[in-house]
Design a protein around this ligand. Structure first.
Ligand code: C2E
Ligand code: CA
Ligand code: CA
Length: 737
């Protein structure tokens, strides 16, 4: 063939990739006879050993359709004059501006000599060739097609390279912490491959210092024919001459472009103080344009190495438990956040929590507890084929992600609750509570909430005495309403929406007021939420401390307001034992009293019997301390807590309050009456004062008096009232007649 030399590509530009896939050409022509002759001339043409595939269209609309479906058309032979005089130019406009195809080469053809489009039109649509049909010999056609395919190919590569570059820049920018050094460098290698069109592959290696030997230089990413070298050291690479290339790159701190190898040099002085060397094997010497492209590319990614180093460093700090070296809660949150839905559907979460951890901590100390948790952590990792999935999610709890195939059976979970560990040479038996959650149920739940729900399931399990509990969506209902209330309660607390009301305690015979009880109220959107509903939530969420502080402050305020109105009456406040046990509680209580300068005897604390008895050994000395300081101590709801008599005898209290459930049964059944009598006798025997709660009727008052109960509190006398109303109420009390 006459043109074969002309069309042959220079050896250096031959692409190894050149497969037999055809170059697509589009002929747009309304003269069917001419198109047929064109097709005939184009037959058998090969460019870079690849044949042509010629698509044909006979109108602008047909052509537009073909173009929109074939993004890989290289050259379009376009008849200028078809349906209209400028049909061809309108198509050119569509191609460039509507389809946004900048690479396709447009060759204009016309049958009428001297009708060449104006040069500004040619440049606007990036059309560089214009031919009279009559001048198109087969040879000319070869030349045109060949040159334009080459241009298209080059442009297309540039566009792809730019896209690749964009991808890497984006990748570098949005490097999530999961994208560690190896995935980053792997992306770098792949993108370089795309840009310069090499498939042989390459490696990225890292040296931690200038002085690193080849053995110390580690390969962190490898592709193509080098893939097997990943994670090896550089001396495993058959170097033959490359060694020099590497050395020069390091000594000169610059990229090296060899005949068939390129070594790119990067340094990251800030966080890892490392050098990165990227070797690319191209078999042939790279063209200047490719080298330039690589330089630009390198500039774009060099900051990526710093980002990766920084992210690695930060993620180690942010995602690892520094004491155990395990993953931490943040890590788990991130894992859950990036876990694809399909994987979630196939995963299970198991959360384990050490029972009575605070008691263990108090008994054995922090150092021992850390050792205990470390032993537990190791034990937990043994349950899982991939130890990586165990995270410490709280001081005393771990969470494990399981693929459903490997998830523990119910039996297994039971076994988990009972841990026999060896700590510092001594066996330690540890009891755990466990919850299991099917993550398939949680695909729409934010990670933070997933963990909170698992934690809530654990505490619900505990409150029901179940050591192993399966998370069920029904739990969510209970939890979410509590959760919502907790948030609202927090807001109420911060915005002073919680206030106390006072209910008088009166002497049953002469109705003299002997004091008040402060009861907390929360008015939310005009409606009162009963304390029985929000106090338990405050206790489990830790808001109780702040609430109890507010109550004490307001109770002190009430004492002062009463004094100002001329009433020197004690005000009792309710305290939760959770709070009482907190170190510093008593001190801050005393400090508040001291600052207000009221008499300690004008405050009284009420603690429920069940709480006081549950932690008797801890609570009793605290109460005793308060009694010694002259503060009244009431044991609330007495009779419901099944106190042991031995404890009652030694109880550090001044008053027992008979629970209202017994008072309401007075005169109705004997059992209630017996409890009331027994409590009154106990009080007489051990010198406690006694107060009956919930006195609603005159009959109850009479009965209580007949049983030698002297003080009562209840609706019969007054409901709990806001402070100013309580003071007004006092003015008219006792009622006349
Ligand atoms: P509690 O300390 O036993 O308070 C007595 C409860 O009985 C109060 O309910 C009171 O309004 C109600 N009551 C008063 N007189 C009568 C009556 O004649 N008949 C009947 N049926 N009930 C009467 P409230 O105010 O709803 O408080 C419920 C519980 O919430 C309290 O029981 C107390 O355990 C807790 N609580 C209230 N305020 C606080 C607080 O400031 N801090 C803490 N930690 N707990 C509080
Ligand atoms: Ca009370
Ligand atoms: Ca009570």
């Amino acid at each position: 063939m006459a043109g074969s030399d002309l069309f042959a590509f220079a050896e250096s530009e031959a692409r190894e990739e050149s497969s037999q896939s055809a170059w697509k050409i589009l002929s747009v022509e309304d003269d069917l006879a001419y198109q047929a002759s064109l097709l005939f001339s184009l037959r058998d043409i090969k460019v870079q050993d690849r044949p042509l595939e010629v698509l044909t269209a006979n109108s602008v609309s047909e052509a537009a359709m073909l173009l929109s479906h074939n993004a890989d058309i290289c050259v379009i032979l376009l008849d200028v004059v078809m349906e209209e005089d400028d049909a061809g130019l309108r198509l050119a406009n569509t191609i460039r501006e509507v389809l946004g195809n900048a690479a396709i080469r447009i060759v204009l053809l016309t049958g009428q000599p001297g009708m060449a489009p104006r040069s500004e039109v040619m440049s606007r649509y990036d059309i560089d060739e214009y031919w009279n049909k009559s001048d198109l010999t087969r040879d000319t056609l070869f030349t045109i097609i060949n040159a334009n395919i080459r241009t298209w190919h080059y442009l297309n590569e540039l566009i792809q390279a730019r896209n690749g570059l964009q991808m890497v820049v984006d990748a570098a920018r949005s490097i999530s912490s999961k994208q560690n050094l190896s995935s980053f460098t792997q992306t770098v290698l792949d993108e370089i491959g795309h840009i310069i069109g090499v498939k042989q592959g390459g490696i990225v290696c890292v040296a931690s210092s200038d002085a690193c030997s080849l053995t110390e230089t580690k390969i962190v990413a490898a592709s193509g024919s080098y893939s097997h070298l990943n994670n090896e050291s550089l001396d495993q690479l058959a170097l033959d001459g490359l060694e020099q290339c590497f050395l020069s790159a390091r000594q000169q701190r610059s990229h090296q472009f060899g005949d068939d190898y390129t070594v790119l040099y990067f340094e990251e002085p800030e966080f890892s103080c490392s050098h990165y060397l990227v070797l690319i094997h191209s078999q042939v010497k790279l063209s200047d344009s490719h080298i330039n492209l690589l330089r630009v590319f390198s500039e774009n990614i060099s900051s990526g190495f710093t980002t990766v180093a920084l992210v690695n460093r930060l993620s180690d700090l942010a995602y690892r438990d520094q004491a155990l070296g395990s993953h931490n809660r943040n890590w788990l949150l991130r894992e859950l956040a990036i876990m694809p839905t399909a994987e979630m559907r196939n995963s299970e979460l198991v959360m384990v929590d050490v029972d009575n951890f605070s008691a263990i901590l108090v008994t054995f100390g922090e150092h021992y507890c850390e050792a205990l948790l470390a032993a537990l952590f190791i034990q937990l990792t043994s349950y899982h084929p991939d130890f990586n999935s165990v995270a410490r999610t709280n001081a005393d709890s771990f969470t494990i992600l399981f693929n459903k195939e490997h998830a523990p059976s119910a039996q297994h979970l039971w076994e988990m609750t009972n841990q026999r560990l060896v700590v510092e040479g001594t066996p330690h038996h540890l009891s755990l509570s466990v919850t299991r959650m099917d993550l398939g149920l949680m695909t729409a739940t934010p990670p933070n909430q997933i963990l909170q729900l698992a934690e809530s399931a654990l505490s619900i399990g505990r409150s029901r005495g179940e050591q192993v509990i399966d998370y069920r969506p029904e739990i969510l209902e209970t939890i979410t309403s509590s959760y919502r209330m907790m948030k609202e309660l927090q807001y109420a607390l911060e915005n002073n929406e919680l206030f106390i009301v006072l209910q008088p305690k009166v002497q049953l015979d002469n109705l003299q007021v002997v004091g008040f009880e402060a009861l907390l109220r929360w008015k939310k959107e005009g409606r009162f939420i009963p304390p029985d509903q929000f106090i338990p939530i405050a206790e489990t969420s830790g808001l109780i401390s702040a609430i109890d502080r507010t109550v004490v402050r307001q109770a002190i305020g009430a004492v002062q307001q009463l004094q100002q109105a001329g009433h020197n009456l004690p005000v009792a406040f309710n305290a939760s034992c959770i709070d009482l046990r907190k170190p510093g509680y008593i001190d801050s209580l005393l400090q508040a009293i001291e600052e207000s300068r009221i008499d300690t005897g004008l405050l009284e604390i009420e603690v429920t019997e069940s709480e006081a008895m549950q932690d008797y050994d801890e609570i009793s000395p605290l109460l005793e301390h308060l009694v010694k300081l002259g503060m009244g101590v009431s044991i609330d709801d007495f009779g419901t807590g099944y106190s042991s008599l031995a404890h009652v005898a030694n109880l550090s209290a001044t008053t027992l309050k008979i629970d209202k459930s017994f008072v309401s049964r007075l005169g109705q059944d004997l059992a209630g009456e017996h409890v009331v009598e027994m409590v009154i006798r106990l009080c007489e025997r051990f010198h406690f004062k006694v107060v009956a709660e919930g006195v609603e009727t005159e009959a109850q008052r009479q009965l209580l008096m007949s049983k030698r109960c002297h003080v009562g509190q209840g609706y019969l006398f007054s409901p709990p009232l806001p402070i100013t109303e309580a003071i007004a109420w006092l003015q008219n009390w006792p009622p006349q007649g």
